[in-house]
Design a protein around this ligand. Structure first.
Ligand SMILES: Cc1cc2nc3c(=O)[nH]c(=O)nc-3n(C[C@H](O)[C@H](O)[C@H](O)COP(=O)(O)OP(=O)(O)OC[C@H]3O[C@@H](n4cnc5c(N)ncnc54)[C@H](O)[C@@H]3O)c2cc1C
Length: 394
């Protein structure tokens, strides 16, 4: 079976030959970089540029992009494999989620022919990357309250407002920005639109936000001071932003889950190796059930999260309802990953906190996923309302 064959003919739970090939090759590339590279690229501010261009050169940044735009006609299932393998090797990439999954999916599904030709082939080749910016200081999880405005003026839109926590803007050529382009008269709610804005556009200023997470992607506050964006940079129809945003939610959740699953596997492998080798009472510490059982429990939880992630990706790629599965996968993966990483740190005793052992260095990145891109509480809200039929609480 080839990646070009129809998605619905692919089996669930058993990886195709192509998926196995993607997994093995990405693993080889990622392991040649490893966690030391992740730390270095997080601390020198350069990001994972070399890893990124290797992935692009071998076609792994375009697995979810149609072949007419330089990709491999695969889906989120294939991209999630790339994401998981990078994290399993200790060098997770959040840019892969932001650029390839979120921005890539928006362009594939809603971009104009010109936008697709301008961006997708270069994204697939690893020659460029896009950041994504929706979060605002006062809107929080409620996108209806976005205050950044986009006002049409002839062939341009004038963008004004402030965004926070935009990741990797310093490594992106442009970013997809969500802004309020009107107000629904009936409900008073904002009508949203998405724009591709160059990161060097006049009037756009960025200020780094220091966070206590070791990550190659830095975070920025963005000030849009009358940034003029050509109307040709509007994605889809004006005011159609919510519909577009919804189409990207499931891929974003599935990819975040894949990244967490990878960190969980990375932590468990290190923990098991250490538990076999470390001997303080005449036997390896892994022989004590106090160490072995929590590690076994963590392994079970990570594998359950991987199964749900695979199911969610399959549903999404087959154009079936994937909201519930994607939310469950994202929740399960974040919790399983934190459990596995915490137990791996515990297994290492004092060494668990040492930089050299490469575990505590991933704590911030792993913990982030309980909050972003969607928080645990908003997932509970979704499941309570959509899966259990309970009243919406907010
Ligand atoms: C390192 C990092 C990278 C990020 N990268 C990006 C990026 O690239 N682009 C981007 O746009 N954003 C990015 N974000 C922002 C991130 O997506 C948001 O922080 C996240 O969605 C939560 O929004 P908030 O911070 O406004 O929290 P708030 O909405 O203020 O929520 C605060 C708390 O209240 C809870 N809460 C809120 N509403 C409800 C409710 N109705 N019911 C129950 N609980 C509720 C939340 O779950 C949360 O625990 C990033 C954040 C970080 C820290």
């Amino acid at each position: 079976m080839t990646v070009n064959e129809p998605l619905w003919q692919r089996p669930v739970f058993i990886e195709t030959e192509e998926q196995t090939m993607i997994r093995e090759t990405v693993r080889e590339i990622a392991e040649s970089y490893g966690h030391a590279y992740y730390l270095e690229s997080s601390r020198n501010g350069k990001g994972q540029a070399e890893l990124w261009s290797d992935l692009g050169r071998y076609g792994f940044l375009g697995v979810n992009i149609p072949s007419e735009y330089g990709g491999a006609d695969g889906g989120i299932a294939e991209l999630a494999i790339v994401c998981e393998e990078l994290a399993t090797a200790g060098t997770p990439s959040f840019l892969l989620i932001v650029s390839t999954a979120i921005c890539g999916e928006y362009l594939v599904l809603h971009g104009s022919e010109e936008q697709k030709r301008d961006w997708l082939p270069r994204m697939a080749a690893g020659e460029t990357a896009l950041a994504f910016s929706i979060t605002e200081p006062d809107a929080g999880s409620n996108s209806h309250n976005l205050a950044t405005t986009a006002t049409r003026e002839g062939d341009f839109y004038r963008i004004r407002g402030t965004k926070v926590y935009a990741s990797a803007v310093d490594h992106a050529e442009a970013l997809i920005v969500v802004a309020r382009s009107g107000t629904d008269e009936a409900t008073g709610r904002g009508q949203l639109s998405l724009f591709i804005v160059d990161t060097n556009a006049p009037g756009l200023e960025m200020q780094p936000i220091e966070v206590e997470a070791v990550m190659p992607e830095r975070q920025f506050t963005l000030f849009f001071d009358d940034v003029m964006v050509p109307a040709s940079r509007l994605i889809g129809d004006e005011g159609n932003g919510f519909k577009i945003l919804f189409s990207g939610l499931n891929p974003e959740r599935i990819m975040a889950a894949a990244l967490e699953n990878g960190i969980g596997l990375y932590a468990l492998r290190k923990a098991a190796d250490y538990a076999l080798e470390r001997n303080v009472w005449g036997v390896p510490i892994g022989q004590h059930q106090g160490v072995a059982h929590p590690l076994a429990k963590a392994k079970i939880e990570v594998e359950l999260a991987r199964l749900m992630t695979q199911k969610a990706a399959w549903l999404h790629d087959n154009r079936l309802e994937a909201g519930e599965a994607s939310n469950i996968a994202k929740y399960a993966a974040a919790e399983a990953c934190l459990g596995a990483l915490d137990m791996a740190i515990q297994t290492h005793g004092g060494n668990g906190l040492a930089t050299e052992y490469g575990l505590a260095t991933l704590w911030g990145a792993a913990r982030l996923q309980r909050t972003a891109p969607v928080s645990r509480e908003m997932i509970f809200n979704y499941i309570a309302q959509h899966s259990l039929g309970l009243p919406r609480s907010y």
